[in-house]
Design a protein around this ligand. Structure first.
Ligand SMILES: [Zn+2]
Ligand SMILES: [Zn+2]
Length: 361
């Protein structure tokens, strides 16, 4: 392993020490297998006041060690490694990058991370199994699984907490029925029931507390793929300790805290609107207007473990993610249009045959 943030030497043999998923809470020597216990705590995984941190820039910066930061021209992601590494292949899209710089030192330091629990072999297995599932896959796809590059990357996230107080107004609608006269096709007068709505203005208050709204801060990981491998168990967050990154890559966040918070607000606002809508009496409603004040807003910057495979099929690059904590997999697969066309053809034939057989002469 040469892509690394910092180095630790084995006290017994001088070999490289790495973090391994099968030996949690320790560093393991590559050469002799000696271990060094990592001090694990979660007391520093605390939320910081959001507005205060933005105003004063008081949040700690950098990764605590010198890094080389490789910005990918292909996908825009910045991968961080040890300062000794001079070139990498982007984990997210496979683009080779040769010229590192160091800009990530100005970024807000993570407060916590979830260590990898799923090792490379398990991730590879999950990837292979997953590639084999599905009707419309090209037949040679499972061969690609063996060729794929699989990188363990600590992916950046923001989490936001907020208390909310909302005042809402709406028109509550109550159904009632009236008898209406009409003239039918034969010119006869008829009566029928018709529904009407009586609108009544209503209003109310709603309080909520949002805990750990999770926002991916990555640009290398596609957001729709990131959502597929959720949830992460954030109870397992430990204090940020650069030694956990030994032998692994990490990505610098590309979504700044302000943008992250506006995304979190959208999620909160939708949940609040749904909750307010449920409070409206009557059979239906219209013109729901929600006014929300958010306060005690706090945030955390955290790193979560993700296995990333970027594989090429034909001209296209597909991204697959494996949750490094739970093993949940999600991503993109190519579609074999020949198989789709054949299936459509079979369905048409079946329908036509069924029609011929059951058609009454
Ligand atoms: Zn050793
Ligand atoms: Zn890339």
């Amino acid at each position: 392993m040469s892509d690394r943030l910092i180095r630790a030497r084995c006290k017994s043999c001088g070999g490289e020490m790495n973090y391994r998923p099968d030996k949690p809470n320790a560093l393991t020597c590559d050469s002799c297998g000696a271990t060094e216990v990592l001090k694990v705590g979660s007391d520093q995984v605390v939320e910081r006041d959001f507005r205060e941190a933005l105003k004063t820039g008081s949040a700690p910066k950098g990764m605590g060690v010198e890094t080389h930061d490789f910005k990918c021209k292909g996908c825009g992601a910045t991968t961080m490694t040890d300062a000794s590494v001079s070139s990498i292949e982007c984990s997210f899209c496979g683009t080779p990058i040769v010229k590192p710089d160091t800009y990530a030192q100005n970024l807000i330091q993570p407060t916590g991370l979830v260590p990898f629990k799923v090792d490379k072999r398990q991730a590879q297995q999950a990837f292979g199994d997953w590639l084999g599932q599905g009707w419309f896959l090209p037949s040679d796809l499972s061969k690609i699984a063996k060729l794929s590059k699989l990188d363990g990357v600590y992916v950046p996230y923001w989490t936001f907490d907020a208390k909310t107080h909302s005042h809402w107004t709406a028109d509550a609608g109550y159904y009632y029925y009236v008898e209406v006269e009409y003239t039918d096709a034969q010119g006869q007068k008829q009566k029928r029931q018709e529904r009407r709505v009586r609108w009544v203005p209503v209003s109310g208050q709603y309080h909520d507390f949002f805990d750990d709204v999770l926002i991916p801060a990555s640009t290398g990981v596609k957001i729709e793929n990131a959502r597929k491998i959720e949830p992460f168990t954030l109870k397992e967050l430990v204090n940020f300790e650069p030694k956990y990154l030994l032998g692994w890559r990490s990505e610098a966040y590309a979504v700044d805290p302000e943008t992250g918070f506006s995304r979190a607000e959208k999620i909160m606002d939708e949940a609040i609107r749904d909750a307010c809508a449920k409070m409206i009496p009557g059979d239906t409603y219209r013109d729901l207007n929600v006014n929300t004040r958010k306060y005690d807003i706090t945030f955390k910057h955290i790193l979560l473990p993700v296995w990333i495979a970027a594989y090429k099929y034909g001209e296209k690059t597909f991204q697959v993610l494996v949750n490094g904590q739970t093993g949940k997999i999600g991503g993109e697969k190519p579609i074999s249009w020949i198989k789709v066309a054949l299936t459509v053809l079979v369905v048409i034939v079946v329908v036509v045959v069924a029609y011929m057989v059951f058609k009454k002469p």
